[in-house]
Design a protein around this ligand. Sequence first.
Ligand SMILES: [Zn+2]
Length: 174
Amino acid sequence: MTEPARMVRMLEPAEYRDQAETSLTAPGDASMVVRVRPRSIIMACPDGCGETLVINLDSRADKAWRFDMRGEGLTLFPSVWREGGCESHFIVWRGHILWCDRFERGNREPTYNPAIEDAVLGAMDEVELRSAVELADAIDELVWDVNRVAGRLVGRGLARSQKINGGWMFVRAM
Ligand SMILES: [Zn+2]
């Protein structure tokens, strides 16, 4: 197989899914379907299998992803995991596509931002464990950014982490 896409290329938004889909030309191309509010992201599967992925953004309909356009591009949370077909599994973070399982070797994370370290530490409690989602909501930052910063704070002994139900939780070290 050829190299997979490593970045998302956001095209013009569209009003309907069909319209969005016809604008996709390369793996990793994506278009947001917007009718009054954002409905979904239509993306040419970044592994190049030729399938189109529909990522729901509308929490009033089914399971929805969080999306954010700040920084260098699209961020989605949680990761996108195609359960059938090619089984692509990847994180979309500030426009970067970070592969889980396969293609991991070529992953390149967005630039580290130490400026939010104090805020992340400040959002942690000394007793109650908090998830990266809770911390991110408290300081209005991206979950992936907060998760990475929290991991570094743990590495420096400023925080502690515990894995609960498959996800990391954090407390400030006393
Ligand atoms: Zn695919």
